[in-house]
Design a protein around this ligand. Structure first.
Ligand code: AMP
Length: 539
């Protein structure tokens, strides 16, 4: 017997329809490339998204076609999110920080039909355009086509929109229809496409808005510093209109000064980004004796949140850090770190130890850790193993692949190594390939990095396994000094006081900066290349 309730599909168009009807004047504020701040409400965004759907239809875009974007966080990108998926086409967000050759490869693999880009990427697109064989239309996200443009047939977004009617009936698609496509940054091998559905996107947006995950509501002013080309701005571009939150889109300037000004001017209450971004913001704020008037929560993910960062936000700014773990393949939120009732009233050190974990899953996601043979390991917070994940917004198969990316029971191997404690809290100890294997024992590079970053002279730290004739590998710590000075012996003594003796790195190398990937993660492969020829003391 079937239930007798309405069977309405979970569609992305329904999010913007809802936001326009019930939160029509909630603002979307964007810092534009042109300079001024642009502001309007969800009602206007919906109208323009419908105009855009008509304009794309006139260009010949059909359901299932890929429409690519190379753009920073801004209102036109937001309109593309809803128009493209809403009409049944697939929004393909490309990371402009990738190498041109990677962008070409991805656009070809996705067979993008239209490419929409911010005007600042014009030189890049001019270089790539002749190589993008599937792209039929190039659209610059601007009022007019720049006079200098050499791209044949280039059209301006605003001219397309001005000619388009605002009446558009969103099709009632099957909720499993593909909605958006995002490629993993892939430090090795070719990038892989993750193809989200309307259903997975809506369920994820519900999941991340919950108080126990990112906790966003109509009372918030939300700043996704995380780019809209990186796993859909962690879903915030959907969750904010779903709950009617004010949405603040920072454009291309993500330095500490630009972010602080925006946070203050727009009354931002919750922000989300990777640790490197917060490092820049906190440094700027500390140097200039600034504070945050309204920001009370910040979501940190994409890489481990260093304890020193959590403490600085908490103690200096009364801002709660929400540590979260996820990946492109998990839409991306897998876990978020909020407390349980049993934790309330515990002392600060115990609570801090919980908060530094990557957290627990919301309903809809499940996790487990396994040993090298696939046997499930106990949840004791100590044993670590390969992290597996499955759930309502977790990948089944990569775009264009001929077999599933999951095992027979639906578990996806994340490539992360983690512990899980008795309360279900996950703690990432490494990427499988970054674990340091010394004399057959595992050393967590992330733990050493976190400890090193609590040393006052250290601004950023990376720990890698370096070849050693006796132990196979030994930890080598590579750091950026905070003010150009570093007492290596002092740092090693500081670490020795906190970890087992055999965990203490064999040496410390100081660099001016550490290499990062296009999504802000430490790029350890590049670091190894930079240090080629280095030998550990005594080897
Ligand atoms: P991406 O698909 O580019 O978002 O990268 C996903 C990977 O980032 C994960 O598999 C983890 O290795 C890493 N990651 C994400 N969040 C965290 C976190 N909070 N702590 C440590 N690593 C993280």
């Amino acid at each position: 017997m079937f239930g007798l309730m309405q069977d309405r599909p979970l569609l992305i168009s329904s999010i913007i329809e809802h936001a326009a009807r019930h939160h029509g004047d909630s603002e979307i504020v964007s810092r534009t490339l042109e300079g001024p701040v642009h502001r309007y409400g969800y009602r206007d965004a919906h109208r323009r998204a419908r105009q855009l759907a008509n304009a794309l239809t006139a260009l010949g875009v059909q359901q299932g076609d890929r429409v690519a974007t190379l753009a920073w966080n801004g209102y036109r990108h937001f309109e593309l999110y809803f128009a493209v998926s809403g009409m049944g086409a697939v929004l393909h967000t490309i990371n402009p920080r990738l190498f041109p050759e990677q962008i070409r490869w991805i656009a070809e693999h996705a067979q993008d039909r239209v490419l929409c880009f911010d005007a600042c990427f014009l030189p890049l697109i001019e270089q790539l355009a002749p190589l993008l064989t599937s792209v039929q239309h190039f659209v610059v996200l601007a009022d007019a086509v720049p006079e200098s443009s050499k791209i044949k047939g280039l059209v301006a977004y605003e001219i397309l929109l001005a000619a388009a009617d605002s009446g558009f009936d969103w099709p009632q698609l099957d909720e499993r229809t593909a909605a958006s496509l995002c490629y993993t940054s892939g430090t090795t091998g070719n990038p892989k496409g993750v193809l989200y559905s309307h259903r997975s996107t809506l369920l994820h947006a519900y999941g991340i808005a919950l108080p126990d995950t990112l906790n966003v509501s109509a009372r918030d002013s939300v700043l996704p510093v995380v780019p809209m080309f990186h796993a859909n701005a962690w879903g915030l571009a959907y969750a904010a209109p779903m709950v009617g939150a004010k949405l603040v889109l920072p454009g291309k300037d993500l330095d500490g000064a630009s972010l602080h000004t925006l946070i203050e001017a727009e009354g931002v209450t919750v922000s989300a980004g990777v640790p490197t971004v917060w490092l820049g913001l906190l440094t700027h704020v500390a140097r200039n004796g600034l504070s945050f008037s309204h920001m009370r929560r910040t979501v940190i993910g994409g890489a481990a949140c260093p304890p020193a960062m959590l403490r600085e936000f908490r103690d200096r700014h009364q801002c709660e850090v929400l540590h979260a773990w996820g990946m492109t393949e998990t839409s991306p939120l897998g876990t978020g770190c909020t407390l349980k009732f049993k934790h309330l009233g515990l002392d600060q050190d115990t609570i801090e130890a919980v908060r530094l974990k990557q957290g627990r899953v919301p309903f809809g996601v499940d996790i487990k850790i396994v040993d090298d043979d696939g046997n499930e390991l106990p949840w004791d917070g100590v044993r670590y193993g390969h992290l597996m994940v499955r759930g309502l917004w977790v990948i089944q198969r990569y775009f264009g692949a001929d077999q599933d990316a999951v095992d027979a029971d639906g578990w996806f191997a994340t490539g992360d190594v983690a512990t899980i404690d008795a309360d279900g809290y996950l703690r990432i100890t490494d990427r499988s390939k970054d674990v340091i294997k010394s004399g057959g024992e595992w050393i967590s590079s992330v733990d050493l990095e976190n400890l090193a970053m609590a040393y006052p002279q250290v601004r950023e730290a990376a720990c890698i396994g370096w070849p050693h004739p006796k132990w196979d590998e030994r930890p080598l710590l590579v750091v950026v000094a905070r003010d150009g000075e570093l007492d290596k012996a002092g740092l090693l003594a500081f670490l020795a006081g906190q970890v087992a003796k055999w965990w203490v790195p064999d040496d410390v190398v100081v660099l001016d900066e550490l290499p990062h990937t296009a999504t802000g993660k430490l790029q350890k492969t590049r670091l190894r290349e930079l240090l080629a020829g280095y030998r550990l003391p005594g080897t």
